[in-house]
Write a protein that binds this ligand. Structure first.
Ligand code: BG6
Length: 469
């Protein structure tokens, strides 16, 4: 639909920015922090850096929060590292770890920035992975205990909570990046682990209700609408199947407490249905999110499977993201979309479509927890960073989000990835997303100094105007 005029963003819209703990903090083994599965990883693609120093946010936290204040952020979405709070995942608490996040949260609140906490962002404690990881129901209990500690400590200060970041990406592509259980426990199916994570999420949502009345909580999957390659009915079935497997499986359980029928049929056909124990259905049904958080980078396009080569990846695309599945769908490069420097498609209109689809299905307010452009930024001789490509990307997505608001979609906030440069999951520090530049290379830590990119000043003006100017 085309409208004569845009609707303004609602008052109190949460203009924010995002990071995750292990990608930004560094100090991976300081102050009693335990090791997580990302800390012990050694096989980095493209010879990129590990996460031991990252953006060294742990040692720059006051400076970074001051920058976020200067950026006029209304919200900051970050993740707490489980291993900073409970080093072995299920034992004693670390007082220093707890103190670090109090310092961060207090700093944000002093700047008038709403903290939005992700409880879990790919960083399973290694000690739990060694005891069975998400394949074991003991990890569900450990997660709930960890969540309770977070609510007890930070509940009085934090109004918005996110359970698990990109659970669907962990299940679909986690073994490629070792972000599910690390290289361990591969004999347990990813869908059994998924079921356990769904239980962990449901119990954590229900406990927040009991422990911090008034606080709000939601899931944070990566949702990307899947287009059919053509109007050929078999292509439409393939796209609908992949939508169910990639997107709705996760949100249906989070919101309705039951598995999506097509996703369940897929699991049955593949012999992948999880063991569901007595009481599980009640736990899932009892939990209700207040909103849906989701990450959006680009849509997908699917064609009917044709047998040989169904699983092939789109040429130039990210193989973890643009792979087909034999007998289900073939991944197709969308000829109508541009690609970024890393082969990822760019689809702002797909953002509007994705917002509309989620809202139509679930009728809950939406919080965009990630969206952004990874790029090779260059520092000019005078120290400035002219990232007009990032401004263009964000502007186009914000414009489409505003059209979605005109469509009647309730959007409560937008937290692009990322507040500050950090180590990406695929391409190290060279693939930058931040409004704030961090002076370091893949293996040369340089000064770790901070500087503001052009997008920093642009986003600040936008926030001050409560929308596009
Ligand atoms: C999301 C993750 O998948 O995408 C982030 O939640 C990640 O952790 C982001 O960094 C961008 O992906 P990448 O591979 O470019 O870092």
């Amino acid at each position: 639909m085309k409208y004569a005029a845009r609707k303004p963003f609602p008052e109190g819209f949460l203009w924010g920015a995002s990071t995750s703990g292990y990608q930004v903090e560094g100090a991976w083994d300081e102050d009693g922090k335990g090791k997580s599965i990302v800390d012990v990883r050694t096989d980095f693609p493209h010879g990129t850096t590990d996460y031991t120093v990252a953006a060294d946010h742990y040692h720059h936290v006051d400076e970074d929060v001051a920058l976020f204040g200067e950026l006029c952020l209304k919200a900051y979405r970050f993740s707490i590292q489980w291993t900073r709070i409970v080093p072995d995942g299920d034992g004693e608490l670390s007082a220093k770890g707890v103190a670090f996040y109090h310092r961060l949260i207090d700093g944000l609140i002093a700047q008038g920035i709403e903290p939005i906490v992700t409880m879990y962002h790919f960083d399973l404690p290694q000690a739990l992975a060694e005891k069975g990881g998400w394949g074991s129901r003991a990890t569900v209990d450990a997660f709930v205990r960890y969540a309770e500690e977070l609510y007890r400590e930070f509940g009085p200060k934090v109004a918005y909570w996110l359970t698990i970041n990109e659970q669907n990406m962990m299940v679909l592509y986690g073994s490629a990046l070792d972000i599910l259980d690390g290289p361990l426990n591969r004999e347990v199916s990813a869908y059994q682990k998924n079921h356990h994570m769904l239980l962990a999420q449901a119990r954590a949502m229900s406990r927040l209700r009991e422990m911090v009345p008034g606080a709000k909580i939601g899931p944070a999957p990566n949702i990307a609408y899947v287009y059919p390659e053509s109007c050929k009915p078999d292509d439409v079935v393939a796209a609908s199947d992949f939508n169910a497997i990639r997107n709705w499986l996760y949100l249906d359980v989070a919101v309705h407490g039951r598995y999506h029928p097509i996703a369940w049929a897929y699991l049955e056909a593949r012999g992948l249905t999880p063991t569901i124990e007595p009481g599980d259905a009640q736990i899932l049904a009892a939990a209700k999110p207040d909103f849906i958080g989701f990450n959006y980078y680009a849509t997908h396009t699917a064609a009917a499977p044709c047998g040989a080569g169904d699983e092939a990846a789109i040429e130039g695309g990210d193989p973890q993201i643009f792979m087909g599945e034999p007998g289900i769908f073939r991944a197709i490069a969308n000829p109508h979309l541009k690609k970024n420097a890393f082969g990822w498609e760019i689809d702002p209109v797909g953002f509007r479509i994705t917002l509309r689809e989620i809202y139509e299905r679930y009728h809950l307010p939406l919080l965009v927890t990630e969206n952004g452009l990874g790029a090779f930024d260059e520092v000019a001789p005078d120290g400035s960073i002219h990232d007009d490509y990032r401004i263009e990307y964000l502007r186009a997505h914000i414009e489409q989000m505003q059209w979605a608001i005109a469509d009647g979609v309730e959007v409560m906030g937008y937290c692009p990835w990322s507040a500050i440069d950090l180590v990406s999951t695929h391409h190290g520090i060279s693939k930058r997303y931040g409004f704030v530049y961090v002076d370091r290379g893949e293996h040369d830590l340089r000064t770790l100094g901070r500087s503001k990119k052009d997008s920093f000043f642009w986003y600040r003006r936008l926030i001050e105007a409560n929308g596009l100017v």
